[in-house]
Design a protein around this ligand. Structure first.
Ligand SMILES: Cc1cc2nc3c(=O)[nH]c(=O)nc-3n(C[C@H](O)[C@H](O)[C@H](O)COP(=O)(O)O)c2cc1C
Length: 186
């Protein structure tokens, strides 16, 4: 699949078949994630592959507990055979390398940025292999960290279900370029 085609045709998938995803395919999408660029190649991301149904059910509960609006991905986390949880090591991305590490910019820790790049690689790679994903951000990250045993110095950034789509959602339109892009001055 062409990159542009993959970028334009990917959709957030929230309904999944229960069909298993084989190990090699899971590894392929994780490798794609790890080929993302990162601050000084610091690769602060870590991924937890969750196949256990009870654990996915607990993750789904962590989605239910943050927002007044029901998270539309709750059932997807239960349904899809795999959930991939993106975590990040803090104090690496955007920091100087020699100890004591100091932030290089006034934007602090860039872990969200680097991990998002990796997760977008993962979702595009998954789409190119016929798999569905949806970036999920609205959940109680501390609860998820406790469920998965994420150690001190790391935090949970996002997650996605991974599996074969059982829906073809309509395209969600994007703003016109003219509303989004400015030339020479904002
Ligand atoms: C940072 C981020 C967080 C998101 N969190 C959620 C979420 O918690 N639950 C959900 O159902 N979708 C979530 N989404 C998916 C967006 O709703 C979706 O990408 C957007 O509506 C555009 O639709 P598309 O991905 O099909 O193009 C999230 C997307 C991003 C980028």
């Amino acid at each position: 699949m062409e990159v542009l085609e993959a970028i334009k045709n990917r959709r957030s998938i929230r309904k999944y078949k229960t069909t298993a995803v084989d190990e090699r395919t899971i590894e392929t999408v994780l490798e794609a994630a790890c080929w993302a660029p990162s601050w000084a190649n610091s690769q602060c991301w870590r991924f937890v592959v969750v196949r256990d149904a009870d654990t996915r059910s607990k993750l789904a509960e962590a989605l239910a507990s943050v927002s007044e609006r029901t998270n539309r991905a709750i059932e997807a986390i239960r349904q899809a055979p795999v959930a991939i949880v993106a975590c990040a090591e803090l104090g690496r991305s955007g920091y100087t390398t020699p100890e004591p590490r100091k932030p290089v910019t006034d934007k602090g820790d860039w872990y969200m940025f680097d991990t998002a790049l990796a997760m977008q690689n993962l979702t595009l790679a998954a789409h190119s292999l016929g798999l569905g994903t949806v970036h999920v951000g609205a959940f109680d990250a501390k609860k998820v960290a406790a469920i998965l045993g994420v150690p001190e110095g790391f935090c949970v950034v996002s997650m996605t279900p991974l599996g074969y789509p059982d829906e073809e959602p309509p395209l969600r339109p994007r703003r016109e370029l003219a509303q989004t892009v400015f030339y020479d001055k904002f």
